[in-house]
Design a protein around this ligand. Structure first.
Ligand SMILES: [Ca+2]
Ligand SMILES: [Ca+2]
Ligand SMILES: [Ca+2]
Ligand SMILES: [Ca+2]
Length: 240
């Protein structure tokens, strides 16, 4: 599990010479928390600059999740989001379409209330090491991707009301995809350039083969020979 013991961020100081190797300086954000993860940068308060999110893993006992309002390189204002329930997975996205960045990590969705506070909702997702948001089925709407080495790799379609239970789709159970991490922070991309979204993890990559907008599974484990698996997803179709 990734651990962060000191809350800090490095900022680029000088890039006046494009070919010059960049220099960095360390700025401390805060001194708080234990077993930290669930990190992301997003403009939480919609003032045009990036704010920062992080939270504690369950074995910290307090499980606090915060966001820090950026006011300047050495001036960050801490705001509590709520009680987390994730290992280190967490991602910001606007999940209810109101234009304000929300947060999902592990079992919990936090909806931005536009005043610096968040409402907490348990949406039926798994406790996970990795929790990432992306458009997996190609319908233009965000979906969730989660990985845990006690469960497997799954994705979730998110209902119009994201506080309702999310629908789970198993990509590969833990018997075929047992990896502690290796999914966050960027598992989505058109790996083969055929116009649809594929998923890459530290274990394998999952190719969308039939171009119907859903994710099929084509995997070749790193550690074995020439064996490939292909499973076509017939359950989820994009809206016509
Ligand atoms: Ca901001
Ligand atoms: Ca929102
Ligand atoms: Ca989608
Ligand atoms: Ca592709």
């Amino acid at each position: 599990m990734k651990k962060i013991s000191i809350l800090s961020v490095v900022l680029l100081l000088s890039c006046s010479q494009p070919k010059q190797f960049p220099e960095f300086s360390v700025h401390t954000i805060d001194h708080i928390g234990k077993n930290l993860g669930q990190t992301d940068l997003a403009d939480i308060d919609r003032d045009g600059d990036l704010d920062w999110v992080t939270g504690e893993a369950p074995w910290s006992t307090t499980c606090r999740l915060w966001w820090w309002e950026y006011q300047g390189p050495d001036s960050w204002v801490r705001h509590e989001i709520g009680k987390a329930d994730s290992d280190v997975g967490g991602d910001c996205a606007d999940l209810n379409g109101d234009g304000w960045m929300d947060f999902w990590g592990g079992k919990v969705l936090f909806l931005n209330q536009k005043d610096g506070t968040f409402n907490r909702h348990e949406v039926g997702t798994i406790f996970s090491h990795d929790s990432q948001i992306g458009d997996i089925d190609g319908d233009g709407q965000p979906d969730g991707l989660a990985n845990w080495d006690q469960y497997g790799l799954v994705w979730y379609s998110i209902p119009a009301d994201p506080t309702e239970p999310w629908t789970e789709h198993m990509i590969m159970p833990v018997t075929g995809h047992k990896i502690h991490g290796g999914v966050a922070p960027q598992p989505f991309g058109d790996i083969d350039g055929d116009g649809n979204t594929d998923i890459v993890t530290g274990e394998a990559w999952y190719e969308n083969l039939d171009g119907d907008g859903d994710i099929d599974i084509c995997t070749k484990p790193w550690s074995t020979g020439d064996e490939h698996f292909y499973l076509q997803n017939l359950l989820i179709r994009p809206k016509k």
